[in-house]
Design a protein around this ligand. Structure first.
Ligand code: SF4
Length: 227
């Protein structure tokens, strides 16, 4: 573990946000319009109202998600960067219909991972709302990680909410009047693309309703090394 990793492990959410925004370069936050992302975005906007807000528009979102994104962008005057896959991203998935059923890794790869990885070339810091308690796959998430965008560009991935609990998120959401995705009210606990998300009717934000249990991550969060 490096000196930065040891230091960052003790930093508060506010310390991490300040550190990320103070780096020489440009910061971005990715959101999927879920509660945790909006809590983090709300905190960052207090300091950096023009932070780039990246949204992966996969083409398969619920209409409720797109409407909520647009309402939020207007309400909070967001510097929204809507990222859509280009035809070149989709070439490999054009042959099988409903590739999200036959090969969800390929579908996420072309509609999320490749698109975001290309977009991140413009940034030196990427904020995420990952939390360790969300799933086993996120249990070891560090507060600051290095993300290899390409062979020539590496940026810092900063995760200020890693040790927040679901209750922490709910408390902040209610105390600050953060808007909530309408599908939470219909039994969804983690909301992704429509073909790959089902309601769980659980009380938390576990990812059990994603990909029908076939996988738990889209792949966005694997190209990292602890800093
Ligand atoms: S979540 Fe499903 S529809 Fe969305 S990109 Fe991944 S496999 Fe495709």
């Amino acid at each position: 573990m490096t000196m930065l990793a040891r230091a960052a492990a003790r930093w508060s959410t506010e310390n991490l946000i300040s550190w990320g925004l103070d780096r020489n370069g440009v910061a971005a936050i990715s959101i999927s319009t879920q509660r945790g992302g909006l809590v983090l975005l709300h905190k960052i906007l207090q300091i950096a109202p023009d932070v780039a807000v990246l949204f992966l528009d996969t083409g398969y979102h619920f209409q409720e998600t797109l409407d909520f994104r647009d309402e939020l962008a207007a309400k909070w005057d967001l510097n929204l960067v809507n990222l859509e896959p280009r035809l070149s991203h989709l070439t490999l998935e054009m042959v099988p219909a409903k590739v999200y059923e036959t090969d969800p890794d390929a579908c996420c790869g072309s509609r999320k991972v490749d698109v975001l990885r290309e977009a991140l070339v413009d940034y030196s810091v990427w904020f995420t709302a990952l939390r360790r308690e969300q799933s086993l796959s996120r249990r070891d998430t560090a507060k600051v990680e290095r993300y290899e965008q390409s062979e020539t560009h590496t940026l810092y991935k900063v995760n200020p909410l890693v040790d927040w609990t679901f209750q922490d998120i709910m408390t902040y959401t209610h105390e600050h009047g953060i808007p909530e995705h309408p599908l939470y009210g219909e039994g969804y606990s983690s909301i992704g693309c429509a073909p790959c998300t089902v309601p769980t009717f659980g009380a938390d934000d576990s990812r059990d309703g994603r990909w029908k249990g076939r996988k738990v991550e889209c792949g966005l969060h694997v190209r990292v090394t602890a800093e």
